[in-house]
Design a protein. Structure first.
Length: 167
């Protein structure tokens, strides 16, 4: 995200102050962090610090972060960076529920939040971010959709999702 290439990360986000970024995170979540296989955690503090550094280094114009994890709101709890909007399918104290099950793979493939967002955007890519939030909030069941850091983002009532989608 900070654009530093290493042997472990040969591909990085190459962005500048004119770049709009869409970041979609899907994983298993825990309260306040994303767990990794090697017993390391990516915490809410780490998450907020990355965007603070990106802002200081002029790595974006605006960022739309969509997070599909259990306890999703808790990962964005410390986020205050200007120009970053955080959209998640579960409040800080609740799970996000799966909806699509593949009987051949014997695995859950997606959650209600992701399905609803994708369907809503597919039907109207010009939908404003605030309207996307409202429509998804009304349709998702079992968890509570959250929109965070909107006060530091800009005008969510006139910014279309299409600003973050590739042409």
């Amino acid at each position: 995200m900070l654009g530093r290439k290493h042997n472990d990360t040969p591909q990085v986000l190459e962005s500048n102050e004119n770049t709009n970024i869409f970041l979609y995170i899907v994983d298993h979540g825990s309260k306040g962090y994303l767990p990794f296989d090697d017993d390391q955690h990516f915490t809410a503090k780490d998450f907020a610090q990355i965007f603070e550094k990106m802002y200081e280094q002029k790595k974006y114009r605006q960022v739309f972060v969509m997070v599909e994890i259990c306890f999703g709101e808790s990962l964005g709890a410390n986020l205050k960076a200007p120009g970053v909007l955080y959209f998640t399918g579960a409040a800080k104290n609740e799970q996000s529920f799966a909806i699509t099950y593949d009987t051949q793979l014997k695995s859950w493939l997606s959650d209600d939040f992701s399905n609803t967002v994708i369907k809503t955007i597919s039907q109207n890519p010009q939908i404003y971010l605030n309207d996307l939030y409202t429509q998804v909030y009304e349709k998702v069941t079992g968890s509570h959709v959250r929109l965070k850091n909107f006060e530091n983002f800009g005008d969510v009532t006139t910014t279309p999702v299409s600003d973050f989608l590739s042409p």
